[in-house]
Design a binder for this molecule. Structure first.
Ligand code: 5GP
Length: 112
């Protein structure tokens, strides 16, 4: 589990967010500092710090959320990137597990 974060406040509607999709298990909302024309964060409602704390059920719920966001945002066919940063080396800044769904432009590989 993780302590409270800005994403916990978004889940509880204590601060606003541009919500794209929600179900019982996950919330998807637009990143406040988008790195692509589409940049949506898909998060579990249960506060887990990062991928190390997730289990298969949670990842399945997040996958459902990613697929739904891709469909809603028209990315399923043209392609998109999914990223999750874990800890210091990856540059994680919010310690509530989140998958970045990025689309609407092409991306380079390897990432920086
Ligand atoms: P990380 O660096 O942890 O992988 O990603 C955290 C992301 O959360 C960043 O892309 C950042 O722009 C986004 N973010 C941080 N605070 C907020 C906020 O209050 N609202 C929204 N919508 N996004 C946020």
């Amino acid at each position: 589990m993780s302590g409270d974060t800005i994403f916990g406040k978004i889940i509880r509607r204590e601060i606003p967010a541009d919500i794209v999709f929600e179900n019982e298990k996950v919330l998807a909302f637009r990143d406040v500092n988008p790195q692509a024309p589409v940049h949506v964060l898909v998060i579990p409602k249960q506060p887990v710090r990062d991928l190390n704390g997730a289990d298969r059920e949670m990842m399945g719920d997040l996958l459902d959320g990613v697929q739904k966001v891709a469909e809603l945002e028209g990315l399923s066919k043209e392609g998109f990137r999914v990223v999750t940063n874990v800890g210091t080396n990856a540059g994680q800044t919010v310690f509530h597990l989140h998958l970045h769904v990025l689309g609407g432009r092409s991306f380079r590989w390897p990432p920086g």
